[in-house]
Design a protein around this ligand. Structure first.
Ligand SMILES: [Zn+2]
Length: 355
C-alpha cells in the first residue's frame, strides 16, 4: 500500500479485531434471524466509544432483542441522526479526491474463493466482501464500492445463492470503499444492515465520520441501518457472529467474529476492521476527538483477541488469496502482529515521522 493509496482510499490494509469474548456460537437462536445483547463488557477498551457515541435514543435503536422491536424504533433514531448529518454536511468543503486515484484492484472483479467453513470470498481483488452461508440464508460482510455491486452479485449468484437469500449485511466501517455499494446491495437483496453504532449516523448521511487529510469521500446514504454495540451477537439460522467494537479508524469500526469448524477443529475467524491511520486526522480532529485513545484501546484488544483466521476488508493485509491457495489461512499470531504494526505506524505518525 503506497502513500498515494492511503491518501486516496482512506482505508488501506491492516485490520484488526476486538476483545476476546466467549465464542460467538453458544446458544443458537430459535428464530431465523435475531440479535442478542451480550453481557456488558465492563472495562473493555472499546467502550470508550460509548461515551463519545450517538445520542442515547439512537443507541436504543441498536440493541433491541428482536427485529420487530428494532423496526419500530428505527424512525425516531433517524430523526435524531439528521442533525448530525446536517452538521457533517456543513463542514468546510474539502476537495473530493478523484476516483481515478483509487487503486485499480479495488474495482477489479475476481471469482469467488472458498475460504473456510461456510465463508466464501466474493469481493474484488482489492476490497473484501465475504459471504457466509447459513441454514436460513446468507450473510454478507461489506458491500465495497458502488461500481463493484454487479460483480459481487454475480459472485453470490454463481454460488447458487439468490440475492433474496442474503438476509443480513454486516458493515466493517463507514468509508466509501467499504460502503459505497451498501445501499444498492441493501435494496437488491432486501437484507437488514447492521453497523457499529458510532458509524450509523455517517451511514445514514452518506458522509464519513471524522476528519481526514484527503477530503470527504461521500457515498450513497443508507436508508435503513441498525446499530450494534460491542459484544452484541447476531444469529441467522445456524450461524452466530459477535460484534467487536474496534474504533479508531472510524468511531464505529467493527470487527465480526465467527467460530467455524474446519477439519473437525473449531476456529475463530475474525473479519477484522481496519486499523490504519490512512489519512485520519489524529490531532485536533473535532469530529472525532477521542480518535487516538480509541486506536490505542483497539490495538490492545486486537493483540489479545483470539483469531485463528484473519479476514480483513483489504485482503492483501492478511494475504488472504495466497493463504487460501497454500492452505495457511489458520495463522493465530497474525492479528496480533498486524495490531503491533499498526500501533507502530500510529505512534510514528504522532511523532511526526512517516511510517
Ligand atoms: Zn477505512
Amino acid at each position: 500500500m503506497t502513500r498515494d493509496e492511503r491518501a486516496a482510499g482512506g482505508c488501506p490494509p491492516a485490520s484488526f479485531g476486538g476483545a476476546r469474548r466467549r465464542a460467538g456460537i453458544g446458544a443458537l437462536g430459535a428464530g431465523p434471524l435475531e440479535v442478542d445483547r451480550a453481557p456488558t463488557n465492563a472495562g473493555a477498551p472499546g467502550q470508550s466509544q460509548d461515551a463519545r457515541g450517538l445520542p442515547r435514543a439512537q443507541e436504543s435503536a441498536g440493541v433491541s432483542r428482536d427485529w420487530q422491536r428494532r423496526s419500530t424504533r428505527r424512525a425516531p433514531a433517524i430523526r435524531i441522526a439528521l442533525p448530525l448529518a446536517a452538521a457533517a454536511l456543513a463542514l468546510p468543503a474539502a476537495p473530493l479526491a478523484a476516483a481515478s486515484d483509487d487503486p485499480p484492484a479495488w474495482t477489479r472483479p475476481r471469482p469467488p474463493l472458498r475460504l473456510i467453513g461456510p465463508i466464501t470470498y466474493v469481493g474484488t481483488r482489492g476490497l473484501g466482501a465475504y459471504l457466509i452461508r447459513t441454514s436460513a440464508g446468507a450473510i454478507l460482510v461489506d458491500a465495497t464500492m458502488a461500481q463493484n455491486v454487479p460483480a459481487i452479485e454475480r459472485n453470490i449468484r454463481s454460488l447458487g445463492v439468490r440475492l433474496s437469500d442474503v438476509k443480513l449485511i454486516l458493515v466493517s466501517h463507514a468509508h466509501y470503499d467499504h460502503v459505497g455499494g451498501l445501499e444498492r446491495m441493501r435494496r437488491d437483496t432486501g437484507a437488514r444492515v447492521l453497523a457499529g453504532r458510532g458509524d450509523v449516523a455517517a451511514l445514514r448521511a452518506g458522509v464519513p465520520p471524522g476528519e481526514t487529510n484527503y477530503g470527504v469521500r461521500r457515498f450513497a446514504p443508507v436508508a435503513r441501518v441498525a446499530a450494534v454495540k460491542d459484544g452484541e451477537r447476531v444469529t441467522l439460522g445456524d450461524v452466530t457472529l459477535r460484534a467487536v467494537a474496534t474504533a479508531g479508524h472510524t468511531p464505529g469500526c467493527t470487527s465480526w467474529v465467527i467460530r467455524v469448524v474446519d477439519h473437525g477443529r473449531p476456529r475463530e475467524v475474525v473479519f477484522a476492521g481496519s486499523m490504519t491511520v490512512a489519512g485520519n486526522r489524529l490531532i485536533n480532529n473535532r469530529r472525532y476527538p477521542s480518535i487516538v485513545r480509541d486506536y490505542r484501546a483497539t490495538f490492545d484488544r486486537m493483540e489479545r483477541l483470539r483469531a485463528d483466521v484473519v479476514l480483513p476488508m483489504h485482503p492483501e493485509a492478511a494475504d488472504v488469496f495466497a493463504r487460501a491457495r497454500s492452505g495457511t489461512l489458520v495463522a493465530p499470531r497474525l492479528l496480533g502482529d498486524m495490531a503491533r504494526a499498526a500501533r507502530g505506524d500510529l505512534e510514528q505518525t504522532l511523532r511526526g515521522r512517516t511510517p
